[in-house]
Write a protein that binds this ligand. Sequence first.
Ligand code: NDP
Length: 453
Amino acid sequence: MASVYDRHVDLNQFMEGVKKRNPGQTEFIQAVQEVAQDIYEFIEDKEEYHEAQILRRIAEPDRVVSFRVCWEDDNHNIRVQRGFRIQNNNAIGPYKGGIRFHPSVNESVLKFLAFEQTFKNSLTGLPMGGGKGGANFNPRGKSDAEVMRFCQSFMTELYRHIGPDTDVPAGDIGVGGREIGYMFGQYKRITNRWEGVLTGKGQEYGGSQMRPEATGYGAVYFLQNMLKHKGEDVEGKTAVISGSGNVATHAAEMITKLGGKVLTLSDSGGFIHDPDGIDQEKIDWIKHLKNVKRGRISEYVDEFKSAEYHEDARPWSVKCDLALPCATQNELSADEAKALVDNGVQGVSEGANMPTTLEGVKVFHDAKIMYGPGKAANAGGVAVSGLEMSQNSERISWNHERLGEMLTDLMKGIHEKCVEYGDNGDGYVDYVKGANIAGFKKVADAMLAFGVV
Ligand code: NDP
């Protein structure tokens, strides 16, 4: 009997379906739109992907786990938060992706992150599927004891959904070494198993060297590869960076090491502009401020008089050669992209996930700026997490130097894959298209091999 099911919906019909099935999930819809427009072009004449409804299946998470997290604050109030783990796709390896603790966390944000993670992990060439998790918990202003109680409560539910061959979470916004330690301790206590179930662990208990640096360094290596492709270099160039957390401070560190000058860093309160440059000594001071004192970036100007603090503002109006958004999603609008282009920016490398809006990305493309999207540019973090998994399984640890070389090679490989699928033939590389297609193809081909599952 002939089928009446239409396998060949066009992009608009496909996106209408995504919107209908995910009402109000704006971040997720934005992420799917960005990928689907490139994939549609790629699969146009490839019947097998249409037949198997691959894109439709990738845009539907394997599993969305949502749970209550109760904990007691220092004043003995009982607090209730919502925790999640999104297991998006495990076609090419165990689910892998960070845990985010931030008040803005909801299902849409985590679904977008898990979706993006699937392509990013595929691009690394390592066997990792895509996932993401978190809770609408704000660690800012909480005591260590409160953070510990929250992490323990969170893991008391999460542990049953994860495992070293099932799903291996890591850190993300609001989840650093302290939080990973508390969660790993609780997992070990509940299961009585020491296994590589989380990455980003402390070096004393199975963490990989180079993991803290990997995302920020990797984003700069990706930028370096883009520049090299055009016969350029980081040396002597000025850089504007947003954020002042793990990714931003390590991106700043590598720009400085390569002879560039970092002009800005920020947090959700505003940004600092230091025309003298934020050198290694100042970066070390910021790391201590953020990780130990848990202070705010505004305090920088009290310590370094050459700098100005701009409250409630983002740094994109500062003239620069290079821009690295390293804070959060949708932190760089079309107008801000225009300001960067008008000020002569040459390259943009995203340390954060989806920091540039769809309209902002269009501005960069129209101006033919070298633009490295997060799923390629910030993949160094998850790549070294993949190496942490390997080291844990083998019960070995590689040294800093070896891991540094592996990270450099991985970022070079990701850049090459993006060029393979994104070279427009006119000298311009569309890195978004390259990353989307290269990331998609491996996952899609694995899914085809499994049949209808
Ligand atoms: P951190 O928590 O260490 O730092 C986050 C930084 O971004 C802080 O300076 C924070 O400021 C700022 N920030 C957070 N939310 C906002 C907001 N709404 N507006 C302005 N600033 C904000 O996180 P990471 O450095 O780990 O993560 C940063 C980005 O990089 C995220 O997009 C994350 O998904 C991505 N990423 C991280 C990886 C990793 O290995 N850690 C791997 C790949 C991607 P404040 O203190 O005021 O909140």
